[in-house]
Structures are given as C-alpha cells and as structure tokens.
Design a protein around this ligand. Sequence first.
Ligand code: FES
Length: 114
Amino acid sequence: MQPSRKKPRERTPERDHHCESRRGGTEFAVEVDGTRVIAKPGQTVAAVLMTIGRTSWRSTRQRGKPRGLFCGIGVCFDCLLVVNQVPDVRACQRLVAPGDVIRTQHGAELGGDS
Ligand code: FES
C-alpha cells in the first residue's frame, strides 16, 4: 500500500495572512540605544533586548548597579527603561511596536528609590 500524497494547497492572500500570523507575523525594526534591531510582533521589549544579548539595561541611581529582567511579570520594576521618550516603562510588560525607540536609563527617572 502506497502512502497517500496530498495535493499542495493553493496559496491565497487569506491563507498567507493566516500562516504569517501563526508564525508570529512580519518582523519589523526598532531602535535600541541608537542601534537598529529586528523585532517580532508579540515580543516584549525585554524579550527583544535579551534576544540581542542584553541582560541589563538600567543602572540603580545610587550605586550604579546593573538591572534588567528579574520577576518578568511586572512586579519588581527592575526592568525600567525609556520607550519613545516615555521613562520608567517596564520592559517585561511593554510589547514592541514598529519604530519604537528604546533607550536604557539610570535609576527611576520619574522618581522612586531605585
Ligand atoms: S522584570 Fe520585574 S517588573 Fe519587569
């Protein structure tokens, strides 16, 4: 008995769109500290940074200690950075969008004790 061979499905714009969204969508560019970086829809800013090898992107205000992803669920505020000139954005909670301009920050720019 021979295995059945399926006829390849015909490509349609609807099917292409469906497959594209299942794969995570079309990649786009963002800027991280002046460098162009490729991101995928659905990634958090923290995920983009870790993808390019960054493990810290903020320093504490008093001692300059490096901070990055810690809790990953929006509780600790260790992952603060600046997105599109808005300071103190939690990188683990913010989804990237095409054209985002991301930069590291020192301490908490809006206040706080970090
Ligand atoms: S890693 Fe804790 S708030 Fe983002």
